[in-house]
Ligand binder design. Structure first.
Ligand SMILES: Cc1cc2nc3c(=O)[nH]c(=O)nc-3n(C[C@H](O)[C@H](O)[C@H](O)COP(=O)(O)OP(=O)(O)OC[C@H]3O[C@@H](n4cnc5c(N)ncnc54)[C@H](O)[C@@H]3O)c2cc1C
Length: 494
């Protein structure tokens, strides 16, 4: 597939190609030329409906009423929206963060999901440029026919690329760590509607701050990534002793160039016996032919298993019998893209009226692994946390992003838990969450920011000591403080 200029879907701005040889600058000029052709209206769907202005994220706990919702479907429309008035702006993708990171009361909300075109794909160089409202799943559908795969993404494919960049996500990719490691360049629109083309060479300070910047500096409209090959992968699952896990992981997984994906699960009630699952490149015949997981799959069985394991007295036994034993026993060979196209619908409860499923994540330096794991398990037991599992992953240091969650090599602990509805249950979760955040901090680690905003401001600043630098940069690029959401309103030093 050659380059596709359909990003200028709302107008024709090819004149920019003729006046500037620099591709980044040319891109910016094309956007501006398109805006000029458009006046200020742009192509955005506006939602006048009050229900649509009451935003909820996937956790379903907060409701935030924004002033307007706009769904731009071109970069020019984002520029036009930002130039249309001076007020607060919030940005949302797939809305899978869980603490109001997507919205601020009364703001103009940019729902980026309409901005979902591929800008160009270069299969020979294995590189792609996309609009960031696109989900990983949409990108997978476009690159799979070329034998290509996303290099780094989360374990599920529903998230928007802009939301993923803004949290600097990670997945199970062995040795890869945070998303910034596969990113080449991005395009950011500031509060005046100015277009910034950013990379490691071009305004690196803003580039490194925008990734993991939770929409605080501007709207990320396009991004350029390195891609990987779509290999066949085979699954191997085994039990590993907790204390031996870091050395076992280093020798058997990290050092093996065939390893592609890895995580290990700690299960209730003791959370002390990792079940390690590794997917490695192989040449064996597929056991599942599908190239990508079918859209709109039937997940009734998965959901029932999650409900039963979390509600019934024999829950842990059931999980062991139907989930863990199957993993240990059954060999599976699939395409990498199939395993990377998991759908979060498989985790969704039938209703969030009585309870909700939530995530948390803690990153701790590798030497602190076993001690932190035991302390975490103690807190979960002492507070009778309704925890479904804890998934362990590994990430090398990210010394690039300003608000890095892995300034050193870390193991991460992803806690999946169930919480009853209502403010009281949320307040109780706040107590044990702050305990866990202190534990992570005391072990030289930090908590992950896309989830509930239970951390105190002091905890946030201890975990993310570069926050004042981020705040200073925000004052430069966003002097009117337009880009807001509940997270930055709570934590950002003013
Ligand atoms: C079931 C589940 C599994 C998960 N698994 C993982 C995992 O494996 N690894 C991991 O790292 N995380 C994981 N997460 C967390 C997830 O990566 C983040 O919540 C991520 O932000 C989701 O993307 P989104 O499109 O939903 O972002 P949203 O929730 O819509 O937005 C998140 C933040 O990004 C900002 N933002 C969104 N789009 C843009 C844009 N275009 N420009 C500027 N700012 C923008 C928003 O303002 C907000 O602050 C998981 C979450 C869930 C619910």
């Amino acid at each position: 597939m050659g380059r596709d200029d359909s990003d200028t879907a709302c107008g024709d701005a090819d004149v920019a190609n003729e006046v500037c040889a620099d591709p980044g600058r040319r891109q910016a000029l094309r956007v501006l030329a398109t805006c000029a052709a458009l006046g200020v209206s742009g192509c955005a769907r506006e939602s006048p409906d009050r229900d649509e202005r009451r935003l909820r994220d996937i956790g379903g706990i907060d409701e935030i009423e924004v002033g307007r919702v706009l769904r731009p479907n071109s970069v020019a429309a984002v520029v036009a929206a930002l130039r249309s008035g001076p007020g607060a702006v919030s940005i949302g993708g797939a809305r899978c963060s869980m603490g109001g990171q997507i919205a601020a009361d009364g703001s103009l909300h940019l729902d980026m999901r309409g901005l979902n075109r591929m800008v160009w794909l270069d299969p020979a160089q294995r590189r792609v440029r996309v609009q960031t409202g696109m989900s990983w799943r949409e990108l997978q559908e476009l690159i799979d026919p070329h034998g290509l795969a996303v290099s780094i993404m989360q374990s599920y494919s529903n998230f928007s690329i802009g939301g993923s960049l803004s949290v600097n996500c990670h997945g199970r990719y062995v040795g890869k760590g945070s998303l910034i490691h596969s990113l080449r360049a991005l395009q950011l629109i500031d509060g005046d509607g100015q277009v910034h083309e950013l990379s490691r060479e071009r305004d690196p300070r803003l580039f490194h701050a925008a990734v993991g910047g939770y929409g605080g500096l501007g709207a990320i409209t396009e991004a350029e990534f390195d891609l990987s090959l779509n290999h066949r992968i085979v699954r191997r699952a085994e039990r590993v002793a907790l204390d031996e896990y870091p050395a076992w992981f280093a020798e058997r997984v990290l050092a093996d160039p065939a390893s592609v994906l890895h995580n290990a699960d700690l299960l209730p009630p003791r959370f002390d016996a990792p079940v390690a699952v590794t997917w490695s490149r192989c040449a064996e015949p597929l056991t599942v032919d599908e190239r990508l997981i079918a859209r709109n799959g039937d997940y009734r069985r998965d959901r029932k298993l999650i409900w039963s394991a979390s509600e019934l007295p024999g829950g842990p036994w059931m999980r062991e019998r139907y989930s863990v034993e199957r993993l240990l026993r059954e060999r599976e060979v699939v395409w990498r893209n199939r395993e990377a196209s998991l759908d979060i619908a498989s985790l969704e409860p039938s209703t969030r009226r009585y309870s909700t499923y939530l995530l948390q994540e803690y990153f701790v330096p590798v030497p602190a692994f076993a001690e932190f794991a035991r302390a975490l398990a103690r807190v979960l037991r002492d507070f009778e946390v309704h925890a479904l599992n804890v998934s362990i992953r590994h990430a090398p240091a990210d010394r690039q992003s300003l608000l890095s969650w892995s300034p050193t090599e870390v193991f991460s602990f992803v806690l999946y838990h169930k919480q009853r509805s209502g403010a009281r249950a949320d307040a109780v979760s706040g107590q044990w969450t702050r305990r866990l955040i202190d534990l992570a901090l005391d072990h030289g680690g930090r908590h992950y920011l896309p989830y509930r905003l239970h951390a105190t401001r002091e905890q946030f600043l201890r975990g993310y000591p570069a926050a004042p630098t981020f705040a200073a940069l925000k004052r430069q690029i966003d002097p009117r403080g337009r880009f807001r959401n509940r997270m930055w309103d709570k934590y950002l030093p003013r």
